[in-house]
Design a protein around this ligand. Structure first.
Ligand SMILES: O=C(O)c1[nH]c(=O)[nH]c(=O)c1Cl
Length: 309
């Protein structure tokens, strides 16, 4: 079965990759992803300088997913540039996630990616919900417009954005209108975690994570319907851009749903955190079985072809 999908202008061995932030903070994890059955991979969102992130516990497994308030712990942008220089791009494409704390930091990091001229694809994270005191750019439409204008003029190559989930048609319309004004925005990754959820331990009557009084981004099964909606909303509104689906994927069926909704590539976060990079073997097999059962030989035969009633 041809599992390849012609994203990035080249066939991938599988339309699967990690979600930024999961299994991609340090070299050992990045190496494990590079050796995995994933078709591509992305680095942890980086800031200009190294960050410890928020106090622990800052991640907790939930019955149907996860809650996290990591606080952007990362080794600093140079560490990931060094990795990007060593990465074997013939083996699999690499995405480079950036989440600078200020516009200037983003421009400084992007300028260094530009100068390093790495074949990595920039995924600009506009949706980190866990840096105390920092509102998400993805929910500030003026700031969104400004950063896309600035990055578009500072960076000469196509890039993508990692968006938070939206829950209102007017927001889908407004954000798509902004994105469509930037032809360099070549792909859109939907969605980041659903920000500022809260879960409770019944015995101790306390929250589950330490930062932000227990508030954190929700991932996993809980977010699948929201992820599929955002993938489909931007797929239909941004016909010239590729959509990378992210959110709620733990089986081949979920991968199939994201592709049917319009994704060209599918990221795995919570389930990868829990099961490790071996998960890509299972997801690939399960997707191939589904395609076989449905009589599809290639992804293109069903990608983006979700039917309405
Ligand atoms: O707390 C984090 O590091 C974090 N956690 C998320 O769920 N999404 C993000 O984009 C980031 Cl940057």
């Amino acid at each position: 079965l041809d599992l390849s999908t012609f994203f990035l202008g080249r066939p991938l061995t599988a339309p699967l990759m990690n979600a930024s932030g999961v299994w991609c903070n340090v070299n050992g994890q990045l190496h494990a992803l590079a050796e995995s059955e994933a078709g591509a991979m992305v680095t942890k969102s980086c800031t200009l300088l190294r960050r410890d992130g928020n106090p622990e516990p800052r991640y907790h497994t939930l019955s149907m997913g996860s809650i996290n308030s990591m606080g952007l712990p990362n080794e600093g942008h140079q560490y990931y540039l060094d990795y990007a220089e060593r990465h074997d791009y013939e083996n699999k494409p690499l995405f480079f996630s950036v989440a600078g704390l200020t516009l200037d930091d983003n421009l400084t990091i992007v300028a260094q990616i530009q100068d390093a001229y790495t074949p990595a694809l920039l995924e600009l994270n506009l949706s980190c919900p866990n840096v105390p005191g920092k509102a998400q750019i993805g929910y500030d439409f003026d700031a969104l417009d400004v950063i896309l204008a600035e990055i578009s003029s500072a960076y000469s190559r196509p890039f993508g954005v990692k968006l938070p989930p939206y829950f209102d048609t007017a927001h889908f319309d407004e954000v798509a209108d902004i994105l469509n004004r930037y032809e360099k925005v070549n792909f859109i990754t939907c969605i980041n975690s659903i920000g500022n959820g809260l879960m409770i331990d019944m015995d101790s009557e306390t929250v589950l994570i330490k930062p932000k009084q227990g508030f954190g981004g929700i991932g996993g099964e809980y977010v699948l319907p929201t992820a599929l909606a955002n993938v489909n909303a931007f797929h239909s509104r941004c016909p010239k851009k590729s959509i990378i689906g992210c959110g709620g994927v733990s089986t081949g069926e979920h991968v199939f749903m994201h592709l049917l909704a319009g994704a060209s590539l599918v990221q795995v976060g919570t389930a990868l955190y829990e099961q490790g990079p071996e998960i890509f073997v299972r997801l690939k097999t399960e997707l191939a079985t589904i395609m076989q059962e449905k009589g599809y030989k290639t992804i293109r035969e069903f990608q983006g072809k979700l039917k309405t009633l």
